[in-house]
Design a protein around this ligand. Structure first.
Ligand SMILES: Nc1nc2c(ncn2[C@@H]2O[C@H](COP(=O)(O)OP(=O)(O)OP(=O)(O)O)[C@@H](O)[C@H]2O)c(=O)[nH]1
Ligand SMILES: [Mg+2]
Length: 703
C-alpha cells in the first residue's frame, strides 16, 4: 500500500458477545461493498467469514476471520471476531491488529459477561468504537430500555447519530441526525434512497439532534462556546469533533441496522470512514528495546524501521503454518530476513498472503498498518515480534487464558493414539488455550480448554484435520488442596546403607494464605543450621510435595512454608537428601494443619422460557447451585447462579431435556470453595482406590 493510502486504511474489528450478529454484519458489509455476489448467511453455511467446517456445522464463529474491501475508495480490512466465551481468547488477542471497532449490540437480549470482557479489553487497548445496534428487524423490547442499561454497564457516553424508522418487521431505514436526511430501504435488496425526514418523526428528530449537538459540543471548548452563543454548527465541524472524541474514547457513536435485511450498512460504513482511526491516527505503539529494556515508541509510518506483531497463527491445510501479523512500522517484503528478538533467531520471509475469508491472495509487500500472513516460519509463534535487526524492538505478548475445564480423552484405536499428541501439538500452535497432558496417576490423556463447547470442537477438528479420533470421557474436576490451620513439623531423612549414607533434616512451618495467593517459601535459617547451598533443594522438595497434594493427589495452593531450622551431616548430606527430607517435613506439617479439598465453582447464566423456570431452578438447587438473581427479558428468564463444576460437567444434555431444547446457558469459572466434608471423603476414597489399583497393576507387571 502506498504511503498516501495509509491514512485512508481502516482496520475495523467487529466485536461483541456471542450471537450478537457480527458475522452477519461482516457478510452484509462484504455484499454492500461488492466483494460477494450473494449475501452470505451463517444459518445457511454460506458465510465466507465463518468458513471452517466446525463453524459451518455449529453456526458459531470459532476463529477470527479477515477480508478486505473498499468503500468509497477507502481500503478496509474487516476483522470478524468470535463472541462466545469459549473462543474469546482469539478475539482478545486479535484486537492488537485493529485500532477501531464496531461493537455489535443485540437489542433482543441483554449484555452478557463476554461483552463486558471485550469492552474492558478495548478500553485497555485504547480503542475507538462505534456501537451498532443490530437485528433491528427482530422482535425486541423497547429499544431505549435495552440500550440505556447497556451504556451504563459499558461506562461510555453514547451518542445517537440516527433515529430508526419503523420497528421490528417494519424497520425500513434510519434518519441521519447530522444531515437530517432519511435513508429508506427497499425490501431486503440493500438499495436505498435519500428522502426528507418522515413527517411523524420530525419532532423527535429535532429533539434528538439538539441533544446530539449538545453532547458533541461538550467535548470541545471552542465548539461549546459557539453552541452556547447560539451559533449554527456546521455538519463538517460536528463530524470532525466526533472523529476526535471517538478516537479519545469520549464519545461512542451509535447506529442502527439489520444485516440480515441489508438495512443501515452503507451508513455504518460511512461512519467507519468518518469516525474510526486509520493506522496513522492510532496511538503510537510502545515496545521495549530487547537489549536494555528501555521503552521505545514507534509510529506507524513507512520510513520507520520494520516491525510487526504476530497476533495469530493458522495451520492451513495447503499453505501450512501462517503467522498472521500486523505490520507496526516500516514495511516487509518477501525475501527479506527479519529478526525475532524474544527467540534471538532470524527468519527469512517467504510467501506472504492477504487473508480473504477462506482464500488467500499472495502479496509481495505489506506496509505499516496492514495485516498480512507469512507462510512457514519455523520459530515464530503467536505473540512474537518480528523486526529489523538493526533497530530491534519487542512488543508485549498476548493475554494468557487459563483453561477452566478438563476432559479425559480415550483414543479409539492405537493408530489414533499415535496421531493424538502430534495433532494436538499443531492445534496448540493455533490455539494457546488448549492444554494436553498425561495424568501421572491414571495415565489418561487430559485435554483442558475454555469450556465444554471448546473441547468438543477441538475434538472434531482433531479428527478432521489430523485424523485422530478420540472419545471424551467425563471431565475431571480440577480439585485443589489447601490447609486451614498452622502447624510445624520435622522432616528427617537418615539412611546408613553400606558406604555413603544420606542425611537431611528440616523443620518447616506451614500457614494458610488468602485464596489465590499460591505459594510462598520463606527461608529463616540463621547461623548455618543448614548450609545455604541446600536451601534451593529444600524449596524444590516442598514444591514437589505441593504439586502432588496430601489428601487426594491434587495441587496444594495458598500455603506459606517457612524453613526455620534443621541440621546436616558433613559427608552424608546432599541436595537429594534435603529434597526428600523437606517433602517429608511438609507432609508431616500439613497432616496437622487441617488439610481440605477445594472445588471449582462456576458462574452460570441460564436463559429459559418462562414456563421452564421452576424446573430449571429446582434442578440447579439439586446440583448444590445458589441462585443469585433473575432477569426478565421478554418471555425469557435469565437465571444467574453459582454452581460447583462437579455438578454441571454434563449440563448441556440435561438442560436440553428439561427445556425441550429451548434453554441456553453460559458458564465461566468463578473461584474455588471448600468441598463439603461428606463429598471430600468420597473424593479421597476414590483417589486411594485409584492409587491401590495402580500399585497392584504395577505389581502384576513386575511380577
Ligand atoms: N432477525 C435477524 N437475525 C439476525 C440478524 N443478524 C444476524 N441474525 C441472526 O443471529 C444469529 C447469530 O448471527 P451471527 O452473525 O452468527 O452472530 P455472531 O455475533 O457472528 O456470532 P458468534 O460469532 O458465534 O459470536 C444467526 O442466527 C443470524 O441469522 C439480523 O439482522 N436480523
Ligand atoms: Mg460470528
Amino acid at each position: 500500500m502506498a504511503a498516501t493510502e495509509l491514512d485512508k486504511l481502516r482496520n475495523v474489528g467487529i466485536v461483541g458477545q456471542g450471537g450478537s450478529g457480527k458475522t452477519s454484519l461482516g457478510e452484509a458489509i462484504l455484499f454492500a461493498a461488492g466483494m460477494t455476489q450473494r449475501l452470505g448467511k451463517v444459518q445457511d453455511g454460506t458465510s465466507v467469514l465463518d468458513h471452517e467446517a466446525e463453524e459451518i456445522k455449529h453456526h458459531v464463529s470459532i476463529s477470527t476471520a479477515f477480508h478486505s474491501l473498499a468503500w468509497k475508495k477507502y481500503p478496509m480490512t474487516l476483522i470478524d471476531t468470535p463472541g462466545y466465551a469459549a473462543f474469546l481468547a482469539d478475539s482478545i488477542n486479535s484486537m492488537r491488529a485493529f485500532g477501531g471497532a464496531v461493537f455489535v449490540l443485540n437489542p433482543s437480549v441483554g449484555l452478557r459477561v463476554e461483552s463486558e470482557r471485550l469492552w474492558a479489553q478495548a478500553n485497555e487497548n485504547r480503542m475507538g468504537r462505534l456501537l451498532f445496534v443490530s437485528k433491528m428487524d427482530h422482535e425486541q423490547a423497547n429499544i431505549e430500555s435495552r440500550i440505556t442499561p447497556m451504556l451504563e454497564i459499558l461506562e461510555g457516553k453514547g451518542i445517537y447519530l440516527q433515529l430508526p424508522i419503523g420497528v421490528e418487521a417494519n424497520f425500513k431505514g434510519v434518519v441521519d441526525l447530522l444531515s437530517m436526511k432519511a435513508y429508506l430501504y427497499e425490501g431486503d435488496s440493500g438499495k436505498f434512497s435519500e428522502a426528507d425526514v418522515p413527517e411523524e418523526l420530525k419532532i423527535a428528530a429535532e429533539a434528538a439532534r439538539q441533544r446530539l449537538v449538545e453532547d458533541i459540543s461538550e467535548t470541545d471548548d471552542e465548539l461549546l462556546e459557539k453552541f452556547l452563543d447560539g451559533q449554527e454548527l456546521s455538519v463538517d465541524e460536528l463530524k470532525k469533533t466526533i472523529r476526535r472524541a471517538t478516537g479519545e474514547r469520549k464519545l461512542f457513536p451509535i447506529l442502527y441496522g439489520s444485516p440480515l435485511r441489508q438495512i443501515g450498512i452503507a451508513q455504518l460504513l460511512d461512519a467507519v470512514i468518518d469516525y474510526l482511526p486509520s493506522p496513522v491516527d492510532e496511538v503510537e505503539v510502545e515496545g521495549s528495546n530487547p537489549i536494555n529494556g528501555e521503552t521505545i515508541k514507534r509510529a506507524a509510518t513507512l520510513d520507520a524501521p520494520f516491525s510487526a506483531y504476530v497476533f495469530k497463527t493458522i495451520i492451513d491445510p495447503f499453505a501450512g503454518k501462517l503467522s498472521v501479523m500486523r505490520v507496526m512500522s516500516g514495511k516487509i517484503s518477501s525475501d527479506v530476513t527479519c529478526y525475532v528478538p524474544n527467540r534471538q533467531v532470524r527468519e527469512k520471509v517467504g510467501h506472504m498472503f492477504r487473508l480473504e475469508g477462506k482464500k488467500q491472495e499472495q502479496v509481495k509487500e505489506a506496509a505499516a498498518g496492514e495485516i498480512v500472513a507469512a507462510a512457514k516460519f519455523k520459530d515464530v509463534a503467536t505473540g512474537d515480534t518480528l523486526c529489523d535487526e538493526k533497530a530491534p524492538i519487542q512488543y508485549s505478548g498476548p493475554v494468557h487464558f487459563s483453561p477452566n475445564i478438563s476432559f479425559a480423552l480415550e483414543p479409539k484405536t492405537k493408530a489414533d493414539e499415535d496421531k493424538l499428541p502430534q495433532g494436538l501439538h499443531r492445534m496448540k500452535e493455533e490455539d494457546q488455550t488448549i492444554d494436553l497432558h498425561r495424568d501421572e496417576e491414571t495415565r489418561d490423556f487430559i485435554l483442558s480448554g475454555m469450556g465444554q463447547q471448546h473441547i468438543e470442537i477441538v475434538v472434531e477438528k482433531l479428527k478432521r484435520k489430523y485424523g485422530a479420533e478420540v472419545v471424551l470421557k467425563a471431565p475431571k474436576v480440577p480439585y485443589k488442596e489447601t490447609i486451614r490451620g498452622t502447624a510445624s513439623a520435622q522432616g528427617r531423612l537418615k539412611k546408613q546403607t553400606g558406604g555413603r549414607g544420606q542425611f537431611g533434616d528440616t523443620w518447616l512451618k506451614v500457614e494458610p494464605l488468602s485464596a489465590g495467593s499460591g505459594f510462598e517459601f520463606v527461608d529463616q535459617i540463621v547461623g548455618g543450621a543448614i548450609p545455604r547451598n541446600y536451601i534451593p533443594a529444600v524449596e524444590k522438595g516442598v514444591r514437589e510435595a505441593m504439586a502432588s497434594g496430601y489428601l487426594a493427589g491434587y495441587q496444594m495452593v495458598d500455603v506459606r512454608v517457612t524453613l526455620y531450622d534443621g541440621s546436616y551431616h558433613d559427608v552424608d548430606s546432599s541436595d537429594m537428601a534435603f529434597k526428600i527430607a523437606a517433602s517429608m517435613g511438609f507432609k508431616n506439617a500439613v497432616e496437622k494443619a487441617k488439610p481440605v479439598l477445594l472445588e471449582p465453582i462456576m458462574n452460570m447464566e441460564v436463559s429459559v422460557p418462562d414456563e421452564c423456570m421452576g424446573d430449571v431452578i429446582g434442578d440447579l438447587n439439586s446440583r448444590r447451585g445458589k441462585v443469585l438473581g433473575m432477569d426478565t427479558k421478554g418471555h425469557t428468564q435469565v437465571i444467574k447462579s453459582r454452581v460447583p463444576m462437579a455438578e454441571v460437567l454434563k449440563y448441556a444434555p440435561d438442560l436440553r431435556s428439561i427445556t425441550s431444547g429451548r434453554g441456553e446457558f453460559h458458564m465461566e469459572f468463578s473461584h474455588y470453595e471448600e468441598l463439603p466434608a461428606h463429598l471430600a471423603e468420597k473424593v479421597v476414597k476414590e483417589a486411594k482406590a485409584r492409587k491401590t489399583a495402580e500399585q497392584e497393576g504395577e505389581h502384576k507387571a513386575h511380577g
